[in-house]
Design a binder for this molecule. Structure first.
Ligand code: NAD
Ligand code: DAU
Length: 361
C-alpha cells in the first residue's frame, strides 16, 4: 500500500480513518478526495500527524473527469471509499442526492478504478484494492428476538439511504465478479467518536445537553442500534486491507446493543458527572419524546464472527469507555463545536427537523 485514495476523508469516519492510517503506516501517502458537503469539513483535518503525507483534493465523485485526473496524477494502488450522503432523516426528506452521490458516485469511482487497474502490470493488479465502506442498514430491520445477521443474510434495505448503500454494494460486488477488480466490502454498525456532525444521535444529544436544549428522542426510544467507537472501525478497515480476502464482505460492529433511550440516558448521566457544576443537571430532565422517523427500523445487529475469526480483529472500546472519550472530546473542542454550530446546515437542521418534530408537525 503506497498511495491510498480516501474518498470522503473530510467527513466523520473518513477523517478519523485518515488520522489512523497516517499513524499506522509510516510511509503511506494519503490522497483525500472530498467535495465538502455540509457534513464534511477541513476543520476535521487540522493537526493531522505527518501532514505532508496527506494531499487534499476538493472535488466530487459525481464528476468522472475529476476522478480520472486523480488517477492520472497519483499512482493510486488502494481506494477506501467513504464518500456518501449518510443521514437517514435527510434521505427521507430529499432522496435524490443519495442516489447521485451514493449510487452514481460509486459507479463513477468503480469505472475509473477499473480502467486504471486494467492498465497495471500483473504485479500492480495484484497489489490493487478497492475497499467499499458500507452499513448494517442494508440488511434491513430485525426484531428483538432475531439473532444477529451474518454476511450471507439477504439484503432488505428500507430507507432511501439504506437502499442507496445496498445498490452501491451490489455495484462493487458486480465489478469484483465481472471484471475481477480486487474489491472488499465492510458493513458496519453505528459509529461514534470525535468529529461527528451533530445531526446524528450521539453528538446531537451531547451538544444539546451541554447547552440545556431539549433532547429529542424519536418515538418511544425503544429502537436498538449497535454502537462502535470510530477508531475500532478504522482498525477493522486496516485489518481488511492487510489481511482481508479479495471479493469478501466483512461485518463490523462494536457488540454494544442498546436502545436509543438507554443511550441518551447514559449520555445524560455521564454529563452529570463530567460537568458537576452545570445548571442543566440532571441532564435527563431535558429528554423529550418527539414524532417518530417515518419507516424507523427497529433494530440492527451484526454477527461479526467472520472478521474476528479470520482476521483477528476485535473492538477495543466498550460503550462506556468510548462514550466518556467522545464526550470529553466535545467538551474540550469548543472551537470545533462553535464553528459547526454556526453552519447554516446545522441551524437549518435544528429548525426544520427538531422544532417541527417537537411540535408534531
Ligand atoms: P459523513 O456524512 O460524516 O461524511 C461523508 C463525507 O463524504 C463528507 O466529508 C462529504 O463531504 C463527503 N461526500 C459526500 N458526497 C460526496 C461527493 N459526491 N463527492 C465527494 N465527497 C462527498 O459520513 P460518515 O458518518 O463519516 O460515513 C462515512 C461512510 O461510512 C459512508 O459511506 C457511510 O455510509 C458509512 N457508514 C457510516 C456509519 C455511521 O455510523 N456514521 C456506519 C456504517 C457505515
Ligand atoms: O447503522 C449504521 C448507520 O448508522 C449508518 O449507515 C448511517 O450513515 C448513520 O447515520 C447511522 O444511521 P442511524 O439512522 O442509525 O443514525 P442516527 O444517529 O441518525 O440515529 C440513531 C438512532 O437514534 C435512530 O434509531 C434514530 C434515533 N434518533 C436520532 C436522532 C438524530 C433519535 O431518537 N433522535 C435524534 O435526534
Amino acid at each position: 500500500m503506497q498511495n491510498v485514495l480516501v474518498t470522503g476523508g473530510a467527513g466523520f469516519i473518513g477523517s478519523n480513518f485518515v488520522r489512523y492510517l497516517l499513524k499506522q503506516d509510516p510511509t503511506v501517502q494519503v490522497i483525500n478526495f472530498d467535495v465538502l458537503t455540509y457534513a464534511g469539513s477541513i476543520e476535521n483535518l487540522k493537526g493531522l500527524p505527518d501532514a505532508d503525507r496527506h494531499t487534499f483534493i476538493h472535488d466530487d465523485i459525481r464528476d468522472t473527469d475529476a476522478l480520472a485526473d486523480v488517477f492520472e496524477s497519483f499512482e493510486i494502488d488502494t481506494i477506501v471509499h467513504f464518500a456518501a450522503e449518510t443521514h437517514v432523516d435527510r434521505s427521507i426528506l430529499g432522496p435524490a442526492i443519495f442516489i447521485e452521490s451514493n449510487i452514481l458516485g460509486t459507479f463513477n469511482l468503480l469505472e475509473v478504478a477499473r480502467k486504471n487497474w486494467s492498465g497495471h502490470s500483473h504485479q500492480g493488479q495484484h497489489a490493487f484494492r478497492f475497499h467499499h465502506i458500507s452499513s448494517d442498514e442494508v440488511y434491513g430491520a430485525l426484531r428483538a428476538e432475531d439473532p444477529p445477521v451474518n454476511e450471507q443474510h439477504a439484503y432488505a434495505p428500507r430507507s432511501p439511504y439504506a437502499a442507496s448503500k445496498a445498490s452501491s454494494d451490489f455495484l462493487v460486488r458486480a465489478y469484483g465478479h465481472t471484471y475481477d477488480l480486487p474489491i472488499t466490502i465492510s458493513n458496519c454498525s453505528n459509529n461514534f467518536g470525535p468529529f461527528q456532525f451533530p445531526e446524528k444521535l450521539m453528538p446531537l444529544m451531547i451538544l444539546n445537553a451541554m447547552s440545556g436544549e431539549s433532547l429529542p428522542i424519536y418515538g418511544d426510544g425503544s429502537q436498538i442500534r449497535d454502537w462502535i467507537y470510530v477508531d475500532d472501525h478504522s482498525a477493522a478497515v486496516w485489518a481488511i486491507l492487510q489481511k482481508g480476502r479479495v471479493g469478501e464482505t466483512y461485518n463490523v460492529a462494536g457488540d454494544n446493543q442498546y436502545t436509543n433511550k438507554e443511550i441518551v440516558e447514559m449520555i445524560c448521566s455521564l454529563l452529570d458527572k463530567m460537568l458537576p457544576a452545570s445548571s442543566h443537571s440532571p441532564h435527563k430532565q431535558l429528554i423529550t419524546f418527539v414524532d417518530d422517523r417515518p419507516g424507523h427500523d427497529f433494530r440492527y445487529a451484526l454477527d461479526t464472527s467472520k472478521i474476528t475469526t479470520d482476521l483477528g480483529w476485535h473492538p477495543h472500546e466498550t460503550l462506556q469507555s468510548g462514550l466518556r472519550k467522545t464526550i470529553a472530546w466535545y467538551l474540550e473542542n469548543e472551537a470545533w463545536v462553535s464553528q459547526i454550530k454556526q453552519r447554516p446546515a446545522y441551524q437549518e437542521w435544528i429548525e426544520e427537523n427538531y422544532l417541527k418534530r417537537a411540535e408534531g408537525g
